[in-house]
Design a protein around this ligand. Structure first.
Ligand SMILES: [Zn+2]
Ligand SMILES: [Zn+2]
Length: 395
């Protein structure tokens, strides 16, 4: 009886392109998305969607009920659909009319597009209600390192808006518009940042025998850390350990008392992340002690690995294939070492994450990146389609 959600949503292309470009022109940083959240809430209300604001600071949740759930008999099955809303602290280099109006802030990751896709899916689902159950529209703040997913979860997201499954989407430059990619199991890495404070005895650069030289300790630690991935992580697992900061001293003839190292670790399971942390602590402390000083590791997990539930990934892939054909859905899409904090929601609720093609654009986080508005009906369409397929309307 119903046509494809893509066809219906594509007829609204002009409306949603205008919304997307308006958000792009007014980027807001993580947990400060006041204008964006207000715009989202206003649009949802315009379409008759129940709105809850201030979930996890600037997060917004919309509720749409269909079938028996709409008749108030029970919630029925419940699906969460999640998009992120925040921009990045960087200067946009694009000169088009909808470029950022805020110096030093830019939607360079396409979250303006994700928010718009979820809005378009919301309008479609609210108009058609061709499903039997409850949809929770999760507009998340602060994905870019601001802890927005955890802020919503700690604010009772899944207690207040229970979900049997949750789905998220991200654009992907280099993948043609109208194509999708996902994979069962780990799809994006867990991310940790670390600092290592190395302390010893400094002194005159001409009299190293009167010191124990923390610079040599720091260099030895950097070298020894290279053994963690090579010698401790099993060869069939994947991990990255990069020391990216080495701050020491100010003068040519002074050996400093302290050296500060920093960097990042990526891994596809919490077990490997813990293994790397434990080895880093033992090596840093042991090497520094052996050279007469001390080292303290501060290891901070920023996001957990993003792991797609196999059954939900299959369901999301099926929804995409029903829209664009199996040939345009890459179900063995390569995992990447980048992180994504939707992983915290997937840790608490089964679900899946899919990427949608953004065509031949600059990479995300590039000053010339732009979201391709032609992708809106595809992203919105797959979110709407997974709802209709997983919660089919009886009769
Ligand atoms: Zn990003
Ligand atoms: Zn992003």
């Amino acid at each position: 009886m119903s046509s494809s959600p893509i066809e219906t949503i594509a007829a609204w292309q002009e409306e949603f392109t205008a919304i997307r470009r308006d958000i792009h022109a007014h980027p807001e940083l993580g947990l400060e998305e006041h204008r964006t959240a207000a715009l989202v809430a206003a649009k949802l209300r315009e379409w008759g969607v129940e709105v809850h604001e201030g979930v996890g600071r600037t997060g917004v949740v919309g509720v749409i009920r269909g079938g028996r759930a709409a008749e108030g008999r029970n919630d029925g099955p419940r699906i969460g659909l999640r998009a992120d809303m925040d921009a990045l602290p960087m200067q946009e280099a694009n000169g088009f009319a909808h470029a950022s109006t805020h110096p030093g802030r830019m939607h360079a990751c396409g979250h303006d597009g994700h928010t718009t896709m979820l809005l378009a899916a919301a309008k479609y689902l609210a108009r058609t209600r061709n499903f039997d159950g409850t949809v929770h529209l999760i507009f998340q703040p602060g994905e870019e390192g601001a802890g927005g997913a955890l802020a919503m979860l700690e604010d009772g997201l899944f207690a207040r808006f229970p979900c049997d499954a949750v789905f998220g989407i991200h654009n992907r430059p280099g993948l043609p518009v109208g194509e999708f990619g996902l994979r069962p199991g780990p799809m994006m890495a867990g991310v940790a940042f670390f600092d290592i404070q190395v302390t010893g005895k400094g002194g005159h650069g001409a009299r190293p025998e009167a010191t124990n030289d923390p610079v040599v300790m720091g260099a030895a630690i950097v070298q020894a850390l290279q053994s963690v991935v090579a010698r401790n992580v099993p060869a069939i697992e994947r991990a990255v350990l990069s020391v990216t900061r080495f701050d020491a001293g100010q003068a040519y003839n002074v050996i400093p008392n302290e050296v500060r190292l920093g960097g990042t670790v990526r891994a596809f399971s919490n077990e490997i992340m813990a293994l790397v942390e434990n080895r880093m602590r033992a090596i840093s402390e042991g090497v520094a002690a052996g050279l007469g000083g001390s080292a303290v590791l501060d290891f901070r997990v920023i996001t957990t690995p993003l792991v797609n539930d196999a059954m939900e990934a299959a369901a999301l892939g099926d929804a995409a294939a029903a829209l664009v054909g199996e040939g345009h859905v890459h179900r063995d899409f390569p995992a990447v070492m980048g992180g994504e904090d939707f992983a915290f929601m997937l840790e608490r609720c089964p679900g899946a994450y899919i990427v949608t093609g953004n065509g031949d654009s600059a990479e995300v986080h590039h000053p010339r990146f732009d979201f391709d508005d032609r992708a809106i009906p595809y992203g919105a369409g797959v979110l709407a389609a997974v709802v209709e397929r997983k919660m089919p309307r009886a009769g």
